[in-house]
Write a protein that binds this ligand. Structure first.
Ligand SMILES: Cc1ncc(C[n+]2csc(CCOP(=O)(O)OP(=O)(O)O)c2C)c(N)n1
Ligand SMILES: [Mg+2]
Length: 323
């Protein structure tokens, strides 16, 4: 078999954890337990996991406003994440960041980012540091289709080519930027052609297929590690929920989401493939599902009873960072 069993189990566990974590965030938000604004990434799990599964903690990723899946794929603790999302002091960022600002430097997770297009310039910095220090580590930015049209992203792509940085630009093309269709927001026919125009290898792949995505990422990350410079991968995918939890999604077709959940579910596609190939059994994956549900239940229960930050002591701390 072309993949180790441990690898397949890790990939499935990670994707399924993201799925259930996100579905639970929807419920907790609707129940009033999560403050602010939350963007979930269910439907896009294959890309996050395929991109991160081979990375070390020293390899850096930069995320977006839709970042829970990237954090989980990079190894962040889901208990600490749930506390962060619920604004608790024992959260990953002491409850001060919330859903859109989760960071975990120990895991190489540079941060989610509420600024669309804010990630790639920071990830260029991490890539430049790796190149300058000769660490052989790489940096990877996740980007939405909408963010591709931001000046910051284009500047970062150009700079990455000029400096030949070990930066892999991953585009999660889920068809929408808020309510704007990707093919309306893009001024040319193909994002991938435009990415290639910056002077880096660029390809468009099926982001619903974990294996296709993994193989493409493997080539791009190895190229970066070997000093071959940046690459861009546009992974086509589907956003199962609204732009934010509570989005009425009037801009989508009546059956679009229902159909996508039926026929464009990367987890179902993964399960069908591994069972058909005889690589994993349904029973093994069902057992993992049960374990994940227990972990998520615990993460939520712990978060709900965790203390909030204390304005008297926590409000003015962590405002500046010193190096
Ligand atoms: C600089 C900036 N402009 C606008 C916004 C508002 N905004 C938040 S998410 C978003 C759409 C992003 O779309 P995309 O990059 O495709 O990511 P997706 O939400 O599909 O994951 C916009 C316009 C923002 N947060 N930052
Ligand atoms: Mg999008």
């Amino acid at each position: 078999m072309p993949y180790q069993k441990d690898f397949l189990l890790k990939a499935y566990r990670s994707m399924k954890t993201i799925r259930e974590f996100e579905e639970r965030c929807v419920k907790e938000f609707e129940g009033g337990n999560i403050p602010g604004f939350v963007h979930v990434s269910n439907g896009q799990e294959a890309i996050a996991v395929a991109a991160c599964i081979d990375l070390s903690d020293k390899d850096i990723i930069g995320s977006t406003h839709r970042g829970h899946g990237h954090c989980i794929a990079k190894g962040c603790d889901i208990g600490a994440m749930m506390k962060e999302i619920m604004g608790r002091v024992t959260g990953l960022c002491k409850g001060k960041g919330g859903s859109m600002h989760i960071a975990d430097i120990d895991k190489g997770m540079l941060g989610a980012n509420a600024i669309v297009g804010g990630g790639p310039p920071l990830v260029n910095g991490a890539a430049l540091a790796a190149k300058t220090l000769g660490t052989k580590n790489i940096a990877l930015s996740f980007n939405g289709d909408g963010s591709a049209n931001q000046g910051t992203v284009m500047e970062a792509m150009n700079m990455a080519v000029v400096l030949q940085l070990p930066h892999v630009f991953v585009y999660e093309n889920n068809g929408y930027a808020e309510g704007t269709a990707a093919n309306y927001g893009l001024g040319c026919d193909s994002l991938t052609d435009r990415n290639a125009g910056f002077g880096m290898p660029a390809e468009c792949i099926d982001g619903l297929d974990f294996f296709v995505t993994y193989e493409a990422l493997k080539v791009a990350t190895q190229r970066a590690r070997d000093g071959g410079g940046p690459s861009a991968i546009e992974a086509m995918c589907v956003r199962f929920d609204g732009h934010f939890i509570g989005d009425p999604q009037l801009y989508r077709g009546t059956n679009e989401i229902k159909d996508a959940r039926k026929t464009q579910d990367c987890l179902k596609i993964f399960r069908q493939r591994v069972v058909a190939e005889g690589w994993l059994t349904a029973a093994t994956m069902n057992a993992i599902d049960k374990e994940i549900m227990v972990e998520i239940e615990k993460a939520v229960a712990d978060a709900l009873t965790a203390p909030h930050p204390d304005p008297a002591t926590d409000l003015m701390s962590d405002v500046y960072c010193s190096y």
